[in-house]
Design a protein around this ligand. Sequence first.
Ligand code: MG
Ligand code: ZN
Length: 218
Amino acid sequence: MKLKVVSKILDANERIAQENRKIFDDKKIFVINLMSSPGAGKTSLLEQTIKGLKDFAKIGVIEGDITGTDDAIRIDALNVPVVQINTGGGCHLDASMIQETLMELPIDDINLLFIENVGNLVCPAEFYLGEDIKAMVLSITEGHDKPLKYPMMFQQSKAVVINKIDLAPYLDVDMEKIRRDILSLNPTVAKFEISCKTGQGINQWTEWIKTNCLCRKH
Ligand code: MG
Ligand code: ZN
């Protein structure tokens, strides 16, 4: 009985996600669903990405959090249109939340939309929102065991951004294992090693977006 209910929820989500997909196609908006566990650095990466791409893309952001507006305030400070979704306890975003939120964004003036999902390494990967690609952030402070323990998000992401590499000298983290395990789960993934704090590696990430995300719709 429980399984039936779950599959119905997923079907409804898929249908609404396809409606979102059509809106994104009509408006020529490339959409990146950005996922990670809490505190890995999604918002910090977005801040750096916006600074790096503001001359190349018309960026918009949807922020997903259980509660609060901290992340939306940070994005708003960069003069980028942003809407905050509060899930009120929900541990992931779903397609209907995105559909309702789109009306609050100036979608005729956006060609690159970032959706920052709720911090959670599990179920955000299970809910299609209508995005073009999923991307994820892994902080090395989370430990080198995370890719193999939470494989789905790593398998579904077109890009994995490994953040906080400036902290590597202070941690007992096996960087080779992280690299090896990510590639074993997802051999074609684009992988970046960055520090949002120092700016190291950000340029490779923004260049990848320019090449793979911005040009595709034109
Ligand atoms: Mg955040
Ligand atoms: Zn969830």
